[in-house]
Design a protein around this ligand. Structure first.
Ligand code: ADP
Length: 537
């Protein structure tokens, strides 16, 4: 068959594989002229032509090079073409290289011997270049295609190797199978997890291992908890996630499976622990509530006792003081000086005791309000307090001022008591200077902070705790009082969930501060365009 002109010129169509310039053809002929004409005929093929002048030389080339085809002259001195072909076939490397014999005779004996030795074709001299080129071209293309196929197989096997390594490297058991669940591939984690060998699993249906598998396909991509069965029929909880993949061979589903026995145990332990903790919290809350109730009961009992005692004692005491005074009036002249003085002590003692009982009564009643707390406007309270203390304010030329004060949730009577005790003390414990008393409030995160600041004699920091104790007085002899006022203040503030303390004021005096809880969103009233209220300047 004559070669196409395009081939002769080395031009090829797009569908044909490229003729690799390294595709070699071995030309073996003892006649240099023949070799030259063979070369000339095959030049346009684009193959590398290697010439050998004898069978020996051809064998040498075949030792270290691969060839797409060998064109072998039959008639050569020393080692003829058939002998050379025999040697070529006996070597592993060259066994499959196609041989085209060149011969001058068309004898049957030659043909048989040649085909016996694996010849693929015969070319008869004189060689027609087109026929030679066309035949050699077939073998060159064949060799090229074989090489391409080899490379593709190698790439494929590398890719498969890579895929298998990836599958093995996965932390979970991986099972790959068809849409109907037939398993085609598993990793060793799957073998270990289910107790089956790879060969036992391949071809099996995955539902033997995971009975709920079929129903999971709709929720591909998400993690689901299922029951898994091992080879020994034991069950365990597993988490599974499916990833479907459309391939030429149909849908492939990869199932990633993880044993979650341990995780479930931990979850269960946490749940149990939480339940136990909740039980303990409930139990403890109940105990605390009971203890609180008992405490409240005993507080109530104590308050009732204090109330009863101070109330019942007041009357006989008033009698003592009254009759003492009457006695003093009526028999003053009959009594000697010593008896008159003693009677005077007795009367002041009884009066003082009366005062003490009155304050004790007030203390015992603090915190026993039954009606619910309501909104109390502190600004109004301060006006009331200033009015109650008007006499003392005027007498001492005191200056009592307050700024914007908020509303608090409390009992009005208690807030009056609180501010009256603090402002009253601020006037009572005045210094040489005229008393200046300032009441203020500021917003904190969850509280209101109130301050009552004076310029009086002040309290040494080491006594700042003691002054809130019942009957505790620092300046007992020089000032009237019972030492209960601040204890009452503390009781009131704490009853509403606040705290009270005292700190030195600058440059002198005391600053009594206390907090009251603030409801979220509660603000100070808007500023009014006037000077703060001032009383008794
Ligand atoms: P009383 O005023 O009846 O003595 P309080 O409980 O009100 O009792 O006060 C306790 C003590 O704290 C007072 O005796 C006084 O020594 C001291 N004190 C209270 N307020 C002030 C003040 N504003 N400045 C200086 N000392 C004060």
């Amino acid at each position: 068959m004559a070669a196409q002109p395009a081939e002769r010129a080395g031009v090829r169509s797009a569908s044909e594989p490229a003729i690799d310039s390294r595709s070699r053809v071995l030309l073996v002929d003892d006649s240099p002229e023949n070799l030259i004409s063979l070369e000339a005929a095959l030049e346009g093929l684009g193959a590398e032509l290697v010439c050998a002048g004898s069978g020996m030389e051809a064998l040498r080339h075949l030792l270290d090079q691969d060839f797409a085809a060998i064109i072998l002259d039959v008639k050569m001195p020393d080692m003829d073409g058939f002998q050379t072909a025999e040697m070529i076939r006996s070597r592993k490397r060259s066994r499959h290289i196609p041989i085209l014999f060149l011969t001058g005779y068309k004898s049957d004996e030659h043909l048989f011997r040649g085909y016996d030795l694996g010849a693929v074709d015969f070319l008869f001299k004189p060689v027609v270049p087109e026929i030679l080129r066309s035949k050699v071209n077939v073998f060159v293309k064949l060799s090229l295609n074989t090489e391409l196929l080899r490379q593709q197989t190698e790439t494929l096997s590398k890719a498969e190797q890579k895929f298998r390594s990836l599958l093995e490297a996965a932390p979970d058991a991986m099972i790959i199978g068809a849409e109907d669940g037939r398993i085609s591939l598993v990793n060793s984690q799957a073998e270990r997890l289910f107790g089956f060998r790879r060969e036992e699993l391949t071809g099996e249906n995955i539902q033997t291992l995971l009975p709920e598998w079929k129903g999971l396909q709709a929720s591909a991509g998400s993690h689901k908890e299922v029951r898994a069965i091992r080879k020994d029929r034991s069950c365990f909880p597993a988490e599974i996630s499916l990833s479907p993949l459309n391939t030429e061979e149909g849908l492939l589903v990869t199932s990633a499976i993880r044993d979650i026995t341990e995780r479930k145990k931990i979850d269960e332990a946490i749940r149990e622990l939480n339940a136990r903790l909740e039980e303990r919290v409930t139990e403890r809350t109940r105990e605390l509530r009971e203890a609180n109730e008992a405490l409240r009961q005993s507080n109530d009992d104590l308050s009732q006792f204090a109330y009863a005692a101070s109330h019942d004692l007041q009357e006989p005491l008033r009698m003592v003081a009254l009759y003492g005074q009457l006695f003093q009036k009526r028999y003053a002249e009959k009594l000697d000086e010593e008896a008159g003085r003693s009677l005077g002590f007795m009367i002041t003692g009884a009066q003082r005791m009366e005062m003490l009982l009155r304050d004790l009564l007030a203390y015992s009643q603090t915190g026993s309000d039954q009606d619910p707390a309501g909104p109390v406007d502190c600004q109004k309270i301060l006006s009331k307090v200033a009015l109650n203390l008007q006499a003392a304010i005027e007498q001492n030329k005191a200056n009592v001022t307050w700024g914007r004060l908020p509303e608090v949730r409390a009992h009005e009577i208690r807030i009056v008591q609180l501010f009256q005790n603090l402002v009253g003390n601020a006037i009572k414990y005045r210094s040489e200077e005229a008393p200046t008393i300032r009441v203020s409030a500021e917003k904190q995160e969850t509280n209101w902070l109130f301050c009552v600041e004076d310029n009086g004699i002040g309290i040494k920091p080491e006594y700042s705790q003691q002054v809130f104790g019942i009957f505790k007085r620092l300046h007992g002899h020089s000032y009237p009082g019972t030492g209960i006022g601040l204890a009452i203040c503390q009781r009131i503030v704490e009853r509403y969930g606040g705290r009270i303390w005292v700190e030195p004021a600058t440059p002198q005096g005391s600053k009594f501060c206390f907090t009251m809880p603030r409801a979220a969103g509660e603000r100070l009233p808007p500023a009014v365009n006037r000077t703060p209220a001032a009383v008794g300047v």
